[in-house]
Each structure stands twice: as C-alpha cells, then as structure tokens.
Design a binder for this molecule. Structure first.
Ligand SMILES: [Zn+2]
Length: 128
C-alpha cells in the first residue's frame, strides 16, 4: 500500500487535471493520476468529442501519458470527481489498467471521501 504523501500527491494531481477536463457534452469532469514503478505520477482528464465514441476517459489518458514517458508498470490509479458519489473506472479503463499491473491499487476520491480497492476487486477476471 502506498504512503500518505504519495496518495496526497496523486489526489492533488487528479484534482488539478479534472479542472482541465474537456466535457462540454456530459459536463462530467474527471481527473485521474497514475503512479508508475518509479514513483512518478501522471495526470489525465477526460476528453470528449462531438463524435461521442472518440471520447477518452481520464484514467486511460493518465496511463497512456505514463507509458509515453517510459513507465513499465502501473502501481496505482486514483480517480477524482467532484461529485457526491464516487466514480469507479469503466470496464475499458479497468482492462487497460490490467495491462500494466498485476493488481494495482485503485483509489476513488471526491472532495471528502477516499476509498481504496485493488484492481481485482473491480475486475476479477480480465480479458487476456
Ligand atoms: Zn473509462
């Protein structure tokens, strides 16, 4: 399990990313932070498109950024939304997370709550 300092850094990165979310269609702004094996943090936000299917989630944006920067595995993903209910990653994002980590931590957060899971809690059987 990660330490509190790292967790707080991830939360700050995800919160900041959510401010940049491009969500004119859903108005649902999401920020994510991915932690790699070297302790580096990458942030991502959702980016929607007028052709809805082209939309990318914040979690995948963060992970793809990590991979581009040379990350070899993902140790944790934090998802932040400024909503009352916590937001869990969609199935596509869970599958992408599974590609880069055996059983990483998945942390769901809003402004007041933080809940920790393991990937296998949310995706017991991945495609592969
Ligand atoms: Zn997703």
């Amino acid at each position: 399990m990660m330490n509190k300092v790292t967790q707080n850094k991830m939360l700050a990165a995800a919160k900041k990313a959510a401010l940049h979310a491009y969500a004119p269609y859903s108005d649902f702004k999401v920020g994510a932070a991915a932690l790699d094996e070297q302790g580096r943090i990458y942030a991502g936000c959702n980016v929607e498109n007028t052709s809805y299917g082209l939309t990318i989630c914040a979690e995948r944006a963060a992970i793809f950024k990590a991979v581009c920067a040379g990350a070899k595995s993902i140790k944790a993903v934090l998802v932040f939304t400024d909503t009352k209910k916590l937001t869990r990653p969609c199935g596509a994002c869970l599958q992408v997370i599974a590609e880069f980590g055996e059983n990483p931590e998945i942390i769901l957060a809003n402004k007041s709550i933080m809940r920790r899971y393991r990937l296998k809690d949310l995706l017991p059987e991945r495609f592969g």
